[in-house]
Design a protein around this ligand. Structure first.
Ligand code: OAD
Length: 229
């Protein structure tokens, strides 16, 4: 079976009603990264940080996987499909994808501030000041904040190095180290990018550019790949 690695970002969940970060009207227009998505913000004002992620979590719980998430599940019929996502939502999992690696954490989880190996799955949208792990320490969102290491990066490099086909969709490729992942694809791999807006970096790197929303472009590409085999 051929290996397909799909590298996704906020754009794949846009058609499920979840805001992207850097499009006009995106989350980083509304909020300052420094106030809500850094370890310093957590030190300074944990309630603001918790409120920000509680709102994100509520939105994710109300959202449903769209045709793009679902198309990737279909692809598993004939390919070994590995998804690597910068998204913190669980829409790939809820659509039914079996292998999903999250680079920037998972919104439906919280972890102990004393022991990062203690991770809880959340049932409600609200994580509050005073919610503690079994060791008595405050729980924080299980999110990789700006300035923190990306623990799954090394594994992601290894996975991309084995790709026969790499599909990139819904990411502006602005955030490193995640954005650098595309450079690890083998030279002879087939590479596609699906995005309604041009993602500059990739134009010169042997990518086939499909200028469409993920909700249309991804099902079309997946069907083409399934027919080819
Ligand atoms: P961005 O908001 O930076 O980029 C979203 C991309 O999705 C852009 O290239 C859009 O053109 C594209 N897009 C918009 N609608 C789309 C659609 N319907 N179908 C396909 N593509 C669409 O989001 P990311 O690149 O995912 O990190 O952002 C990366 C990281 O920055 C996030 O994981 C988050 C953020 O700060 C942290 O919070 C640590």
């Amino acid at each position: 079976m051929k290996n397909i690695v799909v590298f996704t970002g906020a754009g794949i969940s846009a058609e499920s009603g979840i805001k992207t970060f850097r499009d006009t009207g995106g989350l980083w227009d509304e909020y300052d990264i420094k106030d809500v998505a850094t370890p310093e913000a957590w030190e300074r004002n944990p309630i603001l940080v918790l409120d920000f992620y509680n709102a994100r979590r509520k939105q994710v719980m109300e959202a449903q996987p769209n045709t793009a998430h679902k198309a990737l599940v279909e692809l598993e019929k004939k390919f070994n499909v590995q998804i690597i996502t910068q998204n913190v939502d669980d829409l790939h999992e809820r659509a039914g994808s079996k292998k999903v690696l999250h680079l920037h954490g998972e919104i439906m989880k919280a972890r102990s501030t004393a022991d990062p190996s203690i991770v809880h799955t959340l049932k409600s949208s609200n994580l509050l000041l005073g919610d503690k792990c079994k060791k008595g320490s405050q729980l924080r969102p299980h999110i990789v904040w700006f300035g923190e290491l990306v623990p799954n990066m090394e594994l992601a490099y290894l996975l991309v190095e084995k790709a026969d086909i790499l599909i990139v969709t819904g990411t502006s490729l602005n955030v490193h180290p995640a954005a650098g992942l595309v450079e690890y694809a083998p030279r002879d791999s087939a590479k596609y990018i699906i995005d309604p807006n041009e993602v500059n970096l990739l134009m010169e790197e042997g990518f086939t550019y499909i200028k469409k929303n993920a909700g249309n472009g991804l099902p079309e590409l997946c069907q083409k790949l399934l027919n080819e085999k």
